[in-house]
Design a protein around this ligand. Structure first.
Ligand code: PML
Length: 248
């Protein structure tokens, strides 16, 4: 069946694609018969995040050649224990180091997310030095990923935590974990009401950390940690272009 990539971006205070303050973004890869429903869902998300008041909402639909699509299973999900932010960040610091991220890079990644309130794309960071490598510090956005209908149903029936936020994050994290040169991803939401984040890797799966910030904090974003032999063009092309379907 024909597949479509659907992407949404909403902004405030700007009328063209690059202008404005980023409010919301979303992403899916669906069969043609689900295209309308997917567009509606993303539009609702944009309206919800902007409280019906976005200056700019962009929805892009693009046909994807079926033979280009790679299918991978979702990363296994584990939830760590952390009672409050300090415990969560300490856990993150230690856990990142078990994934071959240096202490310095782990600290820099956490500091970056803690200091950013409107990080548009993910930062690409050297896992050894903690240096930011994305060109012009513009960030890179992972796109063209989604669940198969069956894959999603099966996953949701086995995971009581299934929610649009978590399944979207897991699809992204699964795509990113399969990226060349990526060792791990660190993420927490910039939504001030949502304090759970995660560290994901192909090696250990998707590890949720219940408290990576305090309520009311607008900071957040994503860091992709990469190995020293990283080829940025190859990595960026995979993240932005390679279509990935999350299947069982
Ligand atoms: C986001 O909403 O922007 C990212 C959500 C990350 C955490 C999802 C989870 O609870 O596992």
């Amino acid at each position: 069946e024909e597949m479509f990539s659907v992407r949404m971006r909403a902004a405030e205070g700007g009328s063209h694609e690059d202008g404005g303050f980023h409010i919301s973004g979303g992403e899916t890869l669906v069969a043609k018969r689900s295209l309308e429903a997917a567009v509606q869902e993303l539009l609702q998300k944009a309206l919800l995040h902007s409280r019906g008041d976005a200056d700019f909402i962009q929805l892009v639909m693009e046909r994807i050649a079926p033979h280009e699509i790679l299918r991978v299973p979702p990363l296994p999900v584990i939830t760590a224990t952390a009672e409050h932010m300090h415990e969560g960040r300490l856990y993150a610091m230690r856990y990142l180091q078990t994934l071959c991220i240096s202490e310095q890079a782990a600290r820099k990644g956490i500091e970056l997310l803690a200091s950013q309130t409107n990080l548009r794309g993910a930062a690409i960071m050297s896992a050894s030095s903690g240096e930011r490598l994305d060109a012009g510090l513009q960030g890179v956005r992972a796109t063209r990923m989604g669940w198969t209908e069956d894959g999603y149903k099966q996953w949701a029936s086995r995971h009581t935590i299934a929610s649009p936020r978590i399944t979207e994050a897991l699809a992204l994290a699964t795509k990113v974990a399969h990226a060349p040169f990526v060792l791990a991803e660190l993420c927490w939401s910039d939504d001030p009401e949502y304090v759970t984040g995660y560290i994901s890797s192909l090696k250990e799966g998707y590890v949720r950390i219940p408290h990576l910030k305090e309520k009311g904090d607008f900071s957040g974003g994503r860091v992709f940690y990469v190995s020293d032999d990283v080829q940025l063009e190859e990595l960026t092309s995979y993240l932005e272009k390679t279509p990935i379907l999350i299947d069982k």
